[in-house]
Design a protein around this ligand. Structure first.
Ligand code: BES
Ligand code: MN
Ligand code: ZN
Length: 491
């Protein structure tokens, strides 16, 4: 999608001129110069649609002095604005343009008295780019046509920069969606390793992939155990981006990448098991973030660690009852082979802390079904050992509207994963606080580094209860990419 900016008054060189309308208002925001002959027509349509949030109305125009169509997009009440309003409605506009098979369309940015222009332009770009995504790799006939976008707003370097940044961020999200949507026969741990190598070459990063032989040698007992049931060997991927000063400690991102989670010997029921192709979403989010950060050339040091396995039942699988030794030397009793994410993450977290002495660690994982029970499918769970870091992520969450909700982790929860025969067990007590006991297992993998865990089980892909958003068409959502890019841009 090509994106360009035009001065505010250029309203006729487009097949569709799109503008925002507030609820109960009588004008198109930001549109000052318009052919007086068509004003009554527009006024009537605005009055009819009432500026209701998300409502779209198209007016065909015969007059030669303006565009062929005018699209009115309702924003709802000004008091109900949040940091997603323009993104959401822009997405609706873009999808309308695609439906009409247009080659291009134009959006009039609202004036800065209504919303600050950097924010509105960024949201317009993100909303349009993300909403025109379709996963068509396996369709014989590709149908997605992506129209170009012109934004009418007064030109400035700041605006051009904002568009560029929003564009890179959106591409990061789309890249994450693209790899997360891949079917499990086409995306195994080595595939993710190859994607990581590719983006590292293009964007000047280091990429180190640890294969099975070395995982064994180096004592990654968790990744080895979970991965041993599959003929597709496990990989531990580490992407390093160095944009900061040499001595500055990095931030480490860790993402669960189970390319398919059958549950292993503790086999999952068949219903919806196909959705477990999305059990790699945490890792895909980290890869998308690394790609975007390197393109944004942020002045930070950042490491992305992706433990990747396929959790399969076979004669070689790990079993309930096994006791394994994790990378940090602690032992874990396996009571359920379907609680595999915490095991591979524990190895990756310990490795990240030991290898990089980071100033913070943030992990993403489709870790627990319990998180969906607790928070549903629009809000991610967040658990941490550090209030300052948590606060920062909450602020980014407010700005990006990728929602997170903090859950507690005190010593009573830590006690719930104590084992009779090993240092810990890989499940808690019954189903009580399932999201927190999973995090308690992770907590044991790090010493004292500030750490935030984000459970994306409910939000990583669209499920039955997922709120409909134009920029989240069916499939992987790329949740977390915008959230963490905001955090990284603001440290
Ligand atoms: N990947 C699943 C969690 C999951 C399930 C995410 C459904 C999204 C939708 C994870 O590996 C898992 O199976 N967790 C178990 C843990 C249990 C055995 C303690 C779960 O949540 O049922
Ligand atoms: Mn599982
Ligand atoms: Zn899993």
């Amino acid at each position: 999608m090509k994106i360009r900016v035009d001065g505010e008054n250029n309203t006729k060189k487009t097949t569709m001129l799109c503008g925002f309308v507030l609820e109960d208002s009588d004008k198109i925001l930001g549109l000052n110069k318009i052919d007086s002959k068509i004003i009554p027509l527009i006024k009537q349509s605005i009055n009819d649609m009432g500026g209701i949030f998300g409502k779209i109305v198209i007016i065909p125009i015969a007059s030669k002095t303006t565009s062929q169509r005018i699209l009115l997009a309702g924003l709802g009440k000004k008091e109900k604005f949040n940091n997603d309003t323009i993104r959401f409605v822009s997405g609706k506009i873009a999808q309308k343009a695609r439906e009409l098979k247009l080659k291009e369309f134009t959006i009039v940015a609202p004036p800065s008295s209504i919303i600050e222009s950097i924010s509105s332009v960024s949201q317009i770009v993100e909303g349009c780019k993300m909403s025109l995504y379709k996963f068509e790799k396996y369709k014989s006939k590709k149908e997605n046509n992506i129209p170009d976008l012109t934004i009418l707003v007064s030109k400035s370097d700041k605006i051009s920069k904002a568009i560029k940044i929003a564009s890179i961020i959106s591409d990061g999200v789309l890249y994450t969606k693209d790899i997360a949507n891949l079917p499990p026969n086409e995306c195994i741990p080595s595939t993710l390793a190859n994607f990581s190598r590719n983006i590292s070459k293009k964007n000047n990063m280091k990429c180190n992939v640890i294969s099975k032989k070395d995982l064994l040698k180096k004592g990654f007992g968790g990744i080895i155990a979970v991965g041993q049931g599959s003929k597709n060997e496990p990989k531990l991927i580490a992407l390093e981006y160095n944009g900061g000063t040499k001595n500055e400690k990095p931030i480490v991102l860790v993402g669960k990448a189970v390319t398919f989670d059958t549950g292993g010997i503790s086999l999952k029921p068949g219903e919806k098991m196909d959705e477990m192709k999305f059990d790699k979403c945490g890792g895909c989010t980290v890869i998308g973030i690394m790609k975007a950060v390197s393109e944004l050339k942020l002045p930070i040091n950042l490491v992305g660690i992706i433990p990747s396995v396929e959790n399969m039942p076979s004669g070689e699988s790990y079993r309930p009852g096994d006791i394994i030794k994790l990378y940090n030397g602690k032992t874990a009793e396996i009571l359920n082979t379907d609680a595999e994410g915490r095991i591979i993450l524990a190895d990756a977290l310990s490795f990240g802390e030991k290898q990089y002495s980071p100033k913070a660690i943030i992990d993403f994982a489709t870790l627990t079904g319990a998180c969906i029970i607790a928070l549903g499918t629009n809000v991610a769970g967040m658990i941490s050992n550090n209030d300052k870091l948590t606060q920062k992520i909450k602020e980014s969450s407010k700005r990006t509207t990728e929602e997170v909700w903090e859950l507690p982790l005190n010593d009573d929860y830590m006690d719930m994963i104590k084992s009779d025969v090993a240092d810990m067990k890989n499940v808690g007590i019954g189903r009580a606080a399932g999201t927190i006991t999973a995090a308690a297992f992770l907590r044991n993998a790090i010493r004292d580094t500030p750490w935030v865990h984000i459970d994306i089980a409910g939000v990583a892909w669209t499920q039955v209860a997922t709120k409909d958003k134009p920029y989240n068409p069916k499939g992987a959502t790329g949740f977390g990419v915008r959230l963490i890019l905001d955090y990284l841009q603001n440290i």
